[in-house]
Ligand binder design. Structure first.
Ligand SMILES: Cc1cc2nc3c(=O)[nH]c(=O)nc-3n(C[C@H](O)[C@H](O)[C@H](O)COP(=O)(O)OP(=O)(O)OC[C@H]3O[C@@H](n4cnc5c(N)ncnc54)[C@H](O)[C@@H]3O)c2cc1C
Length: 294
């Protein structure tokens, strides 16, 4: 199977997409509709997040295996160190390998329930994503990615040190990083420059999620860890009670940010889809990366 690194190589603009594991049978249908709709546009890869607890994790593992076996897509399995011993992590990685999944996004994860609660490593587990990168690499021929935070990780008070840790986990054997959501290009571009200045050649993919509803706006603000800049807020404010106007402005904002990132040399855009394909297709269509009326 090809690796993410191979898919990211070469000229041409590309995109990748992230899905969430389904919660139930109805959710599974929604997920597979989005997967099939995006499959024909040949994304560089599709990644599936790793749930915080037992049954959700099994569904991640099943969905990732299904993508590997039943589609033409290249799946990336997210994996976190939360509540796992090293022996359990080895088992999950072994299972991925057995179903043909050779691409893993290695994450530490957050404490279940309260993401900002105290992080306590499993007594026989791992403390940082850097150690999971090493473990996955040790276990076979995997391509490994990691997370990056343009505004710094929410637990970090020092941006310089945060970039240092990012470079450490990339140097531990990761091939690329995917960035957390952000509101304007500059923090992402600064982070990319700092990683390059540290001598690290890894590609960093910007994370994108068009704001289509007030709810999605709140989610983006929460995940990014940074307040919305005034200029973005001013563009959206007139539409807080006008869902169609809000959605259209959200798509405009996402398209403008993607265009600026492409101008700055980004070649692959990563979309957090929330298991829906429409907004991603619209932005990609307006950028000319997929047919406009797809
Ligand atoms: C693209 C992306 C995908 C994600 N997917 C998932 C998912 O599928 N499931 C899920 O549960 N969560 C997911 N998350 C959330 C992620 O697990 C959390 O944000 C988590 O808090 C940080 O994970 P990490 O891998 O960056 O951890 P780490 O890189 O280990 O960093 C955690 C904290 O420790 C610090 N640190 C790192 N290394 C060191 C060191 N050597 N010494 C001291 N401090 C250090 C960092 O600065 C940071 O504050 C995702 C995040 C992103 C951006």
């Amino acid at each position: 199977m090809t690796s993410v690194v191979e898919r990211l190589r070469g000229d041409g603009l590309k995109f990748s997409v992230e899905f969430l594991p389904p919660r139930d049978a109805a959710d599974e249908l929604v997920l597979w509709k989005a997967i099939r709709e995006l499959e024909s546009f040949d994304p560089a890869f599709v990644s599936i997040t790793y749930g915080a607890g037992g049954s959700r994790r099994d569904r991640t593992i099943r969905a990732t295996g299904r993508v590997a076996q039943e589609t033409t897509l290249l799946p990336v399995a997210h994996l976190t160190a939360v509540d796992h011993s090293v022996a359990e992590l080895r088992n999950v990685i072994g299972w991925y390998a057995a179903v043909g999944v050779r691409n893993v996004l290695a994450l530490r994860g957050d404490p279940p329930g309260d993401p900002m609660g105290e992080w306590v490593a499993h007594p026989e587990g791992l403390q940082y994503a850097e150690e999971l990168v090493r473990l996955v690499r040790e276990l076979g021929d995997f391509s490994v990615g990691v997370a990056a935070f343009p505004y710094g990780h929410p637990r970090s008070s020092d941006l310089d040190q945060d970039v240092e840790y990012l470079v450490r986990k990339l140097n531990a054997g990761a091939d690329y990083a995917i960035a957390q959501l952000f509101h304007e290009p500059e923090p992402f571009l600064r982070m990319r420059d700092r990683v390059a200045a540290a001598g690290c050649p890894a590609v960093i993919l910007p994370g994108m999620m068009p704001m289509t509803t007030v709810r999605s706006l709140n989610k983006i603000v929460e995940l990014s860890g940074a307040p919305l800049p005034d200029d973005v807020r001013k563009r959206l404010e007139p539409y807080l009670d006008d869902p169609a106007g809000f959605r259209a402005t959200g798509i405009d904002l996402a398209t403008e940010m993607c265009a600026r990132l492409l101008d700055e040399g980004v070649s692959t855009l990563h979309f957090y889809t929330m298991n829906r394909s429409k907004a991603t297709k619209e932005v990609l269509g307006r950028l000319g990366l997929v047919p406009a009326r797809a």
